[in-house]
Write a protein that binds this ligand. Structure first.
Ligand code: PGA
Length: 254
């Protein structure tokens, strides 16, 4: 059976490596052997080497990676480097990076490079806001088609798409909650876009996740009736108590 994915995006938290170490250990104390869930923590990459050695029960990932392997690119970190620190996943195209100017074109280069470095990619897509013309479907479709342009079909095993409507993310001012219907409708739409792009069977291999203020109260609903294969969790993943509840909910869904 395909495992559900529960991914933590720690963003630029916590403040120190010591706190990061404690967060992982506090989480591990609260979860047992995982049968139905694959848990991936994405801390700031500088913590990866130390954290990824703590336990084999959970996987690790980066929050971004550059498209070149090595060379004169000040401040950048490659997929190969992340891999060498113990990461097996990477989040790409997060809305907070898009807000800093990342285009679909750049993200496309990052996706290809990360996959060829052996990383599984969690590609984030999502509209900033919703309007009455339902432009969000076209926006998400374009993000997917442009970010995955030219990708080989064999890459589908290394790909997840996280639908994260920016208006539902915890740090968005005046945010509002997305409903399970919002997630279900978009997950069906994304599956259709992927099927048209790479065929029905290949599309089935791609995980679709929901992200945007997921917490211990609504994770069960998103996972059971939101039509998604997993969740991408920001703020609540910084609380071992809340995040372990989300993991345990995923383990207990039939
Ligand atoms: P949030 O973050 O759960 O704090 O809304 C999710 C994300 O931005 O990936």
């Amino acid at each position: 059976m395909k495992k559900r994915l529960v991914i933590a995006n720690w963003k630029m938290n916590p403040r120190t490596s010591k706190e990061a170490f404690k967060l992982v250990n506090d989480l591990l104390k609260r979860i047992s052997v995982l049968k139905k869930t694959e848990v991936v923590l994405c801390p700031p990459y500088i913590y990866l080497e130390k954290l990824s050695k703590i336990s084999k029960r959970i996987g690790f990932g980066g929050q971004d990676s550059f498209w070149e392997d090595v060379g004169p690119f000040t401040g950048e970190v490659s997929g190969e480097m992340l891999y060498s620190l113990g990461a097996r996943h990477v989040i790409l195209g997060h809305s907070e990076r898009r807000a800093l100017g990342e285009s679909n074109d750049l993200i496309n280069k990052k996706v290809k490079s990360a996959i060829s470095s052996g990383l599984s990619v969690v590609l984030c897509v999502g509209e900033n806001m919703r309007d009455h013309e339902h432009a969000h479907f076209e926006i998400v479709k374009n993000q997917i088609l442009e970010c995955l342009s030219g990708l080989s079909r064999s890459s589908v095993n290394k790909l997840s798409i996280a639908y994260e409507p920016v208006w539902a993310i915890s740090s968005t001012p005046d945010r509002r909650d997305a409903t399970t219907e919002d997630a279900l409708e978009m997950s069906i739409f994304i599956r259709k876009v992927l099927s048209d792009l790479c065929g029905v069977d290949n599309a089935k291999k791609i995980n679709i996740l929901y992200g945007g203020s997921v917490n211990e109260r609504d994770a069960g609903d998103f996972l059971s009736v939101g039509g998604v294969d997993g969740v991408l969790v920001g703020k609540a993943s910084l609380s071992p108590d809340k995040f372990s509840q989300i993991i345990n909910i995923s383990e207990n869904i039939k």
